[in-house]
Ligand binder design. Structure first.
Ligand SMILES: NC(=O)c1ccc[n+]([C@@H]2O[C@H](COP(=O)([O-])OP(=O)(O)OC[C@H]3O[C@@H](n4cnc5c(N)ncnc54)[C@H](OP(=O)(O)O)[C@@H]3O)[C@@H](O)[C@H]2O)c1
Length: 251
């Protein structure tokens, strides 16, 4: 059976994407740091999940684990680069430089290491699909998005460049860019402050993780000659920015 690699499979979109593919009978290589969450998934789909509890920014661990995939999971047909995060919601001048580095290392550098490794396997078979989870933050700035939005612009641009380099091959490259969605994303962003995270969704419509899982599965399940390049997905009620018009400071 074909195998799908899903990074960030311990919660939110990644967990829903893993479950969506598992429900269709695919094997899943599930990657995230929280082992107990990956084990819950594995228990629900016995024999179908290869759980890799690792930090994707640890390039040696990534290299080691992806070089030693059990035979049953070896036939990899898609990589969903979903693991990612945003830290902080303040303007650039107030944000923590370490948080910026963590976002760059996770959303960009780790994604590159995993992609490079899996792309080699795809090139050997001349088949495969790389689906990157971007964000509407790549296209529409909002106050406090700064480095997070910029990392997602990278994901968008990298996907399109990858597609260009894959010209003439059977390998597909897609970027799915979700809008406001309710997952653990905001709790992580506000460093565990659930109340603050919940306030982000007050009086707003938002997407669910299942909505995005469906979008990813649909993108993958299209005929092999069809490549979704980029897809923006927003809740019906969302406008293009999350922020508010602020009064200019009086000097
Ligand atoms: N929610 C939104 O509104 C929204 C909108 C647009 C795009 N996105 C993007 O969607 C993707 C998924 O986010 P989500 O909303 O589903 O948030 P989430 O519920 O917080 O899930 C993030 C996932 O990434 C994993 N992860 C984070 N850092 C990792 C690391 N260093 N190593 C391994 N795994 C790591 C987490 O697992 P562990 O903590 O167990 O490691 C978790 O499984 C992200 O790329 C995010 O930028 C989210």
């Amino acid at each position: 059976m074909d195998t799908i690699i899903v990074t960030g499979a311990s919660s939110g979109f990644g967990e829903a994407i893993a479950r969506r593919f598992l429900a269709e009978g695919y094997n899943v290589i599930a990657i995230a740091r929280r082992e107990e969450k990956l084990m819950d998934l594995a228990h629900n789909f016995p024999g179908k999940v290869h759980a890799l509890a690792l930090d994707i920014t640890d390039k040696h661990a990534v290299e080691e684990c992806l070089s030693n995939i059990p035979e049953y999971f070896e036939n990899i047909t898609a990589l969903v680069n979903n693991a990612g995060l945003s830290l902080g919601f303040g303007p650039a001048q107030d944000n923590n430089i370490n948080d910026w580095e963590t976002m760059v290392n996770t959303n960009i550098v780790a994604l590159l290491h995993i992609t490079k490794k899996v792309l080699k396997m795809f090139k050997e078979k001349n088949q495969g699909h790389i689906i990157n989870i971007g964000s509407v933050a790549a296209y529409y700035p909002y106050m406090g998005s700064n480095v997070y939005g910029a990392t997602k612009s990278f994901v968008h641009n990298f996907t399109l460049n990858l597609k260009t380099d894959l010209e003439g091959s059977n390998i597909r490259a897609s970027c799915i860019a979700p809008g406001l969605s309710k997952t653990e994303f905001a709790v992580v962003r506000f460093k565990g402050d659930v109340e603050k995270a919940d306030s982000l969704y007050e009086n707003k419509t938002y997407l669910t993780a299942d909505n995005i899982a469906e979008t990813v599965f649909w993108t993958f399940s299209l005929p092999a000659n069809v490549n979704i390049n980029v897809m923006e997905v927003m809740p019906t009620g969302q406008s293009f920015a999350l922020g508010f018009t602020k009064k200019q400071d009086e000097k």
